[in-house]
Design a protein around this ligand. Structure first.
Ligand code: UDP
Ligand code: MG
Length: 331
């Protein structure tokens, strides 16, 4: 749990408050009806006004059309359609920019984030927390993936300049102030849980079970996960670069030792040293280190290039129940 103290702003009475639930989705048509029903039931329990904002990240399975029909008969349902698949993080960003709520819940659309946790988030928000995030437990992924997540969160925390809670993904609630701060950050390469920690405010985490995916085909591919892990690492740490100081120091020590040894035999004992194998090994080892260093520099350079080019993170092709020009809507 990470707690940043900040001035508590009095909340509106819950009956007057508007809660937004943002649901990014890519080809999840089969689950949308159940998802909407469960989210709606959870929100009804809160006793507040609400909107459910679906961000259709270029679905091609008819899910987008289903959502438009749902929105036509349910005013609380709003839909943004991207012009193509821009990725999960871009869809979260669009949700933050278009949600109108006093508090905004971000969750996955594959039923892995349980809608039943929403009333608990809202309760903690009314108690004064600005960010309530879900700490995942009971993951249902296979052993290898679980191990990778476990290692990733710990490695990131060891090197990141911003402390981030362990095992917390996107699922959580943000107060309007936090939404505005995160949405306005200029970062192009976004790792949402990192940005959420970075902005501060009063934060708390609650344990929420991680459900099973409704099907066995994650929409974020392994390559996508790897790319996100790199974003988290390079956007929140300069350790990959600074670690080369350490590597350079060790290399110098090794080179010094080898040079001393060679000179001693050349000048003192006069022994001819058969050294072809060790020379080859040393040369290729340091060659590989150089290549690694250039690769890591490249990772930062790519990010600088993306940032400078400043293309939008997504393009909207169509909206339903979301008025045009309504980006960052105010109450
Ligand atoms: N998603 C998306 N765009 C994509 C890939 C995924 O909006 O390009 C959505 C997906 O529909 C789901 C959420 O992002 O609601 C998380 O995706 P997934 O379940 O594949 O990720 P995982 O749970 O494996 O991290
Ligand atoms: Mg999932």
């Amino acid at each position: 749990m990470i707690g940043f103290e900040s001035t508590t702003v009095p909340r509106k009475p819950l009956q007057q408050a508007l809660i937004s639930v943002v649901l990014p989705l890519y080809n999840e048509a089969v689950v949308l009806r159940t998802l909407h029903k469960r989210v709606q039931e959870a929100l009804e329990q809160c006793g507040c006004r609400y909107e459910i904002l679906f961000v259709d990240d270029g679905s091609t399975d008819g899910g987008g059309e289903f959502l438009d029909q749902l929105a036509a008969r349910t005013p609380a349902v709003r839909v943004i359609h991207f012009s193509r698949n821009f990725g999960h993080q871009a869809a979260v960003q669009a949700g933050l920019e278009h949600a109108a709520g006093d508090a905004v819940v971000i969750m996955d659309s594959d039923l892995q984030d349980l809608p039943e946790a929403i009333p608990d988030f809202v309760r903690l928000w009314t108690e004064g927390y600005d960010v309530v995030y879900a700490v995942r437990h009971g993951r249902k992924e296979n052993g290898l993936k679980r191990m990778a997540f476990y290692g990733f969160y710990r490695m990131l925390n060891a090197v990141a300049r911003t402390p981030m809670p362990m095992d917390a993904g996107n699922f959580g609630l943000l107060d309007r102030r936090v939404v505005q701060e995160i949405a306005a950050l200029p970062d192009r390469d976004r790792y949402f849980p990192g940005l959420r920690s970075w902005v501060g405010f009063r934060q708390t985490g609650i344990a929420v079970e991680r459900g099973k995916r409704h099907d066995d085909r994650p929409r974020v591919t392994l390559t996508g996960l790897f790319r996100l892990a790199k974003t988290a690492l390079f956007a929140f740490s300069s350790f990959p670069l600074t670690m080369f100081y350490g590597i350079a120091l060790v290399s110098m020590l090794v080179c010094g030792g080898v040079t001393g040894f060679t000179l001693y035999h050349k000048l003192v004992t006069g022994l001819a040293i058969p050294g072809w194998a060790s020379m080859t090994m040393l040369a290729s080892f340091f060659g590989a280190l150089n290549a690694l260093g250039i690769g890591i520099l490249g990772e930062y350079a790519i990010r600088i290039y993306d940032q400078v080019r400043a293309r939008p993170q997504y393009i909207i092709s169509r909206r339903t129940n979301v008025p045009v020009g309504d980006s960052r809507r105010q109450q």
